[in-house]
Design a protein. Structure first.
Length: 359
């Protein structure tokens, strides 16, 4: 192994160990300012370590399985974070799942996609991707998001933006079926829709099976550390949000942004390397996994546990969701992108964040 390779391997397994030490320290002394600063630094370092290990696994298994690994891994842990917080605080966080899932959709579809299109457009002017794959992902995303986050506002079985138990069960099942169908299409039936149009871009030999297995294990360790540190820092974030007088929904935005950091970095790096297909696979797949896996799990838990679960979006958020879906359909509707599409998506993201802080 070269000196550069040895150095890379060294820091990518040392960082998660340090992050776990920082996590334990913060749990022991949660009010220590210096420890919180160290934990925040470890959080961002662990994100980059997670991206490295995800890229090793992706290079071994190939597309589109590689991007699916990171998207599903991050989402599973995101679901665990949402559920643990909701169960810990009870009814006061009845809208946390809705806020976090919606934030994930907006951050991925506007922030991650917009940044990838802008960065790739600046460096490569025009980039191409498989239109069939993007169209399939957007169709499923539109169906799941509207069924899960918009329709509750218009049902009459229960008052307010909530489902009845049977409706909640249907929503969870529908989300799971739609996401499962998408994964089947992506990985089996029409896998070619999600491959780079110009062929495989594996410029180096794939890592060995042992190397990939080690990276897979370290990826899980990194992601759990990311979520653990995010949860440990959440009280500080909530206190800061309350101090500036921002709405509670801002907490969901911050949690989603922190958890989605590994995917965001990986997608942007792929776009810079002129692998826009990989970027879109990761970005749109992340949005689908976020809602397609979160809704069924949360639905199951609250059907068994009982209690309120607010799922319907407010009118302002509903407009932003429809705007995002319409613009995504247009900007990704030609198979080729420039910096203009990236700017449009990023402006929508800025509008979402601004209007969340200043409603």
């Amino acid at each position: 192994m070269s000196n550069a390779g040895a150095l890379t391997a060294y820091w990518t397994w040392v960082v998660p160990i340090v992050a776990w030490v920082a996590l334990v320290a913060v749990l022991i002394a949660p009010n220590s300012g210096p420890l919180l600063v160290v934990a925040a630094a470890c959080l961002f370092a662990t994100v980059f370590a997670a991206v490295h290990h995800a890229e090793v696994v992706a290079h071994r298994v190939g597309e589109p399985f590689g991007t699916l690994v990171l998207a599903v891994a991050v989402t599973v842990i995101e679901v665990a974070l949402i559920v643990s917080v909701m169960l810990a605080v009870g009814d006061t966080k009845a809208a946390l799942a809705r806020d976090t899932v919606f934030a994930a959709i907006m951050i991925v579809c506007n922030g991650v996609v917009g940044l990838c299109l802008l960065a790739g457009g600046i460096r490569h002017r025009v980039q191409a991707f498989q239109l069939e794959g993007a169209s399939a992902a957007l169709a499923v995303l539109a169906a799941i998001s509207v069924l899960a986050l918009v329709l509750p506002n218009y049902t009459t079985s229960t008052p307010g933006p909530v489902w009845s138990p049977s409706q909640l069960a249907f929503s969870g099942l529908a989300s799971l079926v739609l996401y499962g169908a998408f994964v089947f299409i992506q990985t089996v039936r029409h896998r070619d829709y999600f491959l780079a149009a110009e062929g495989a871009d594996g410029h180096a030999a794939p890592p060995s099976a042992g190397h990939a297995a080690a990276s897979m294990g370290l990826l899980v360790v990194c992601l759990i550390a990311v979520v653990g540190l995010t949860k440990a820092l959440s009280p500080t974030v909530e206190a800061a949000v309350e101090r500036v007088g921002a709405p509670a929904a801002v907490v969901g935005i911050i949690i989603a942004a922190l958890v989605l950091l590994p995917e965001s970095v990986a997608a942007t790096r792929a776009a810079n390397a002129d692998r826009l297909q990989t970027s879109l696979n990761l970005a749109l797949g992340s949005a689908l996994a976020s809602i397609g896996l979160t809704i069924p799990v949360v639905a199951t838990i609250f059907i068994v546990k009982g209690g309120p679960l607010i799922m319907g979006l407010e009118p302002k958020e509903t407009v932003l969701l429809f705007l995002t879906l319409i613009v995504s359909t247009i900007t990704l509707g030609t198979g080729r992108t420039t910096i203009l599409q990236g700017v449009v998506h990023l402006v929508i993201l800025v509008a979402y964040v601004f209007l969340s802080i200043v409603p």
